[in-house]
Write a protein that binds this ligand. Structure first.
Ligand code: NDP
Ligand code: A1CAB
Length: 276
């Protein structure tokens, strides 16, 4: 990834779990550290290491940051902090600077209220696999974001995975429930599989190793194969065999589909609440 593809420096406001995952992914894919600027009063140790290693500018004064004319300012603090943090970033509002908020719940209108109605703003919902170049991000822009700006935001986010522009902002809460939070559901599935394996008599470490490898392998098949998930599932399911016995439980009336719908509805509702 070069400066040209993103159109200028990228300022990251908040280098925690998600901001750090994005930064990790961008650096691994070749964004030069000289093109990144980070503001975070206490970045986690692993991120601080990357900042030093890549010579990234850390916590410049707001005027010095404005003078760098960042092309993209990526807002990655907790949604609950936006009202405190965003007004201090107003000196960065300028034609050609795009604010990309990854906060769950906070609407474009809410962001405009904090940054000013003239600000160029994109809402994005990435996920943590961005750290390994396998993220997926959904995007929606306000009226000030032109085609060139969308191209630059797409370049930045698709550098760490897939990027999809949404037709309507309303969909962002559902996206957050699915792909934003989704990696956690899969990691929990690994925990649940390992725990069940241990209850069936495996050593806990062995159960965890098998569970991790199984989910990682299945994920890689989903990534590489054009086959629908249902077909990949059927390919494991020998008639009258063990998988069929398990799926009778998982796919039963009280099974995973119902549980997933309830879980994702709770996430969608929480995303809505965070915006209020
Ligand atoms: N985690 C995820 O998988 C995803 C998160 N998001 C969104 O990303 C955002 C960040 O979430 P997450 O990374 O999990 O949270 P974290 O708390 O890990 O990251 C936020 C970071 O911002 C720092 N920070 C606090 N105050 C400031 C400030 N004034 N200026 C700059 N940085 C500051 C925090 O420091 P300190 O810890 O010292 O307060 C922390 O390092 C949220 O809005 C969330 O909705 C979106 C998609 C996925
Ligand atoms: O849990 C959260 O609120 C954030 C948003 C999506 C993933 N993590």
């Amino acid at each position: 990834m070069s400066e040209l593809e993103v159109g200028g420096p990228v300022a990251l406001i908040g280098a925690g779990k998600m901001g750090g995952a994005l930064m990790d992914g961008w650096l691994a894919l070749g964004l030069p550290g000289s093109q990144l600027i980070v503001r975070d009063p206490a970045a986690p140790p692993e991120i601080s290491r990357l900042i030093v290693e890549h010579g990234i500018s850390l916590n410049p004064e707001i005027e010095a940051l404005a003078a760098r004319r960042p092309r993209i300012v990526l807002l990655a603090v907790k949604p609950q902090m936006f009202a405190d943090v965003l007004p201090s970033l107003k000196p960065l509002v300028a034609p050609g600077t795009i604010f990309v908020s990854i906060a769950a719940g906070i609407s474009l209108a809410g962001l405009e209220a904090l940054l000013g109605a003239e600000a160029e703003i994109v809402r994005a919902m990435p996920n943590t696999p961005s750290a390994v170049g396998r993220g997926v991000t959904a995007l929606i822009a306000n009226a000030h974001v032109d085609a060139a700006a969308k191209t630059h935001v797409t370049a930045l986010m698709s550098a760490v995975g897939e990027a999809h522009w949404l037709a309507s902002e309303e969909l962002m809460d559902a996206v957050t429930a699915l792909s934003g939070s989704g990696p956690a559901y899969i990691f929990h599935m690994v925990e649940a599989m390992a725990e069940a394996g241990a209850k069936l008599g495996l050593e806990p470490d062995m159960a965890m190793a098998l569970a991790r490898a199984t989910v990682a392998g299945a994920g890689e098949m989903l990534h590489r194969s054009q086959l629908p998930a249902a077909k990949l599932r059927q390919n494991v399911t020998s008639p009258g065999g063990t998988t069929e016995a398990a799926l009778k439980v998982l796919m039963g009336e009280e099974g995973l589909a119902r549980l997933m719908e309830a879980a994702m509805t709770a996430a969608r509702d929480r995303s809505r609440e965070l915006g209020n």
